[in-house]
Design a protein around this ligand. Structure first.
Ligand SMILES: [Zn+2]
Length: 332
């Protein structure tokens, strides 16, 4: 009998929420948790998903080309490496490049080129602008195409063995299971440490990267938002993960939806700098010729992010829609 009374008391306590005062603590009365934060660290992100058990095994491409498209083939020409903001740099070639963010505690590299040939050039170019490539702490892959992940293996083997590699789970699984879009042409990353997910905020050093899923250019395509400073003045940069639109119903329409989805995040973050994964010398010409005291030409304003930067992506979508190239949707 006493045992039953004790059990009733325990259960009452559980439903009441508190045994000490008998008062119910509501959400509003609960003291604010000072330690609450909205980001995860690299270590927390690594711990969140145990990669070896969660990814599909490597599957070799059945048939399919191993040849690089001509426009992506060597020899490559280096784009003049450039410091774009106090904490942001670009190195690349005539085909594709990498943005590098100095987090205050290691470097973050966004995308890695096609393979050994161009990434080794980009590594040398980093040194020319005072960056130590061995300090790369995190590699963020925008999407699962050969010209974005191709340099990961070279970097891990020769440059920054401890760097963590991060991409979307969809992108990683596409790499291993779907032999499409030249997915196996260049050396694939052998492992991924972090799976990036939509809405994630990943903290590295002093910077928090916002991850936005923007499928369309590829299923696992991600876009990023992160802070930059220009002569210590804070700004917010946004980078759409993919550029080209493919002539299929699903991909083309997803592409458009993703532009508007990214816009919502960019507006919330007040993005006023728009960056492109396939940047060329021309994109940074005005940065090179900028004189002391002149405004940074990459700052286009919060309205400009939509009306100038995202507009270009919308135009690509419209161009494809109007091209007559889109294959009819036929699921059967
Ligand atoms: Zn791509």
């Amino acid at each position: 009998m006493r045992k039953v009374s004790f059990l009733v008391l325990i259960l009452s306590c559980m439903f009441m929420g508190s045994c000490n005062t008998g008062k119910k603590i509501t959400g509003q009365q609960r003291p604010a948790d000072k330690s609450a934060r909205d980001y995860v660290t690299i270590d927390e992100a690594i711990a969140a998903v145990r990669v070896p058990e969660s990814v599909a095994p490597f599957v070799a491409e059945p048939g399919g080309t191993k040849e690089l498209p001509r426009s992506f083939s060597p020899p490559y020409r280096s784009v003049k490496p450039v410091k774009l903001f106090d904490n942001l740099y670009f190195v690349g070639t005539n085909t594709v490049g990498s943005f590098i963010i100095d987090s205050g505690d290691g470097l973050v590299m966004i995308d890695t080129g096609i393979g050994d040939t161009d990434i080794s050039m980009m590594v040398e170019d980093m040194k020319k602008i005072g960056l130590d490539p061995s300090k790369i702490k995190l590699i963020l892959i925008t999407h699962e195409h050969f010209d974005h992940y191709g340099g990961v293996s070279y970097l891990k083997k020769n440059v920054c063995p401890d760097a963590k590699v991060a991409m979307s789970l969809t992108g990683w699984n596409m790499l291993q299971t779907v032999p499409s879009e030249w997915a196996y042409i260049s050396t694939r990353p052998q492992s991924v440490d972090i799976f990036l997910y939509d809405g994630m905020r990943l903290k590295v050093g002093n910077e928090v990267f916002r991850i936005v899923a923007t499928p369309g250019h590829s299923p696992g395509c991600l876009s990023f938002i992160f802070p930059v400073t220009d002569d210590k003045e804070p700004h917010m940069a946004g980078i759409m993960g993919g550029s080209a639109v493919w002539p299929t119903q699903t991909e083309t329409k997803l592409y458009k939806a993703s532009i508007e989805y990214f816009k919502a995040f960019a507006e919330e973050a007040k993005c006023d700098v728009g960056l492109a994964v396939h940047s060329t010398d021309k994109d940074f010409e005005r940065v090179h010729t900028r004189k002391q005291g002149e405004p940074n030409p990459l700052i286009i304003g919060v309205a400009g992010f939509d009306t100038i930067y995202l507009k270009k992506y919308r135009e690509r979508y419209l161009q494809m829609m109007n091209s007559g190239k889109i294959t009819p949707y036929n699921p059967l």
